[in-house]
Write a protein that binds this ligand. Structure first.
Ligand SMILES: Nc1nc2c(ncn2[C@@H]2O[C@H](COP(=O)(O)OP(=O)(O)O)[C@@H](OP(=O)(O)OP(=O)(O)O)[C@H]2O)c(=O)[nH]1
Ligand SMILES: [Mn+2]
Length: 181
């Protein structure tokens, strides 16, 4: 069993790893918010709102966009955080080499096949991004694109249901406010 010190050490190493990897990346909002706010915010949704304290899930939530959006490799994730965390990050990583429409439909399909732990990360990721969309429209997005994102996100979430009532309840509140349910 890992001690509290060992867990805090690994968790802090993970936050530092993600911060370094995302250092030049910004969110798509007008203010150019640092990208790292997103993975940290996803982990914060899991602890603060969903009461999830599972260490591999929290590490995977912080790392969830490093391979997709930076030069990070799955081997590097495994080397620093072990094979379990690697597997979870693999489950939540889209292949950016694919065209967006293929990536988006694969995400709907893959949601249905994912593990319980990966589902938690996916639900919290969608919740963060949908709240962000309610806060402001990303630069260059039209209202129509925002609407399409909500509809697509609901298809993904519908394939993740039965995982966590708090996260699904918070997502449903957004879908209701967008008249999708
Ligand atoms: N709402 C919002 N999203 C932003 C912002 N800045 C960056 N993003 C990211 O943009 C992605 C959603 O935009 P899309 O156009 O649908 O996706 P794409 O960048 O992968 O093509 C999300 O990626 P993701 O986390 O990998 O999730 P996913 O939606 O791709 O599953 C989200 O984190 C922002 O200011 N607002
Ligand atoms: Mn994300």
């Amino acid at each position: 069993m890992a001690s509290m010190g060992e867990i805090l050490k690994l968790y802090t190493k993970c936050m530092n790893f993600a911060a370094v990897k995302h250092k030049d990346q910004r969110r798509k909002d007008q203010d150019g918010t640092p990208y790292i706010n997103h993975p940290i915010g996803v982990a914060f949704i899991l602890t603060e709102e969903a009461g999830i304290y599972d260490v591999p899930v929290l590490l995977a939530s912080i790392l969830h966009d490093t391979v997709e959006d930076t030069d990070t490799t799955f081997d590097e994730i495994e080397q620093h955080f072990g094979s379990h965390v690697r597997k979870l990050v693999e489950e939540v990583t889209d292949d950016k080499a694919l065209p967006r429409d293929v990536r988006k439909s694969k995400q709907v399909e893959n949601a249905a096949k994912s593990s319980y732990e990966a589902r938690l990360v996916k639900l919290a990721d969608k919740l963060y991004n949908l709240r962000d969309l309610q806060r402001c429209l990303p630069v260059g997005w039209t209202e129509k694109r925002r609407e399409e994102y909500y509809k697509w996100a609901k298809e993904v979430v519908d394939n993740l249901r039965g995982t966590n009532a708090i996260l699904e309840g918070a997502l449903d509140e957004i879908f209701r406010s967008e008249h999708l349910i």
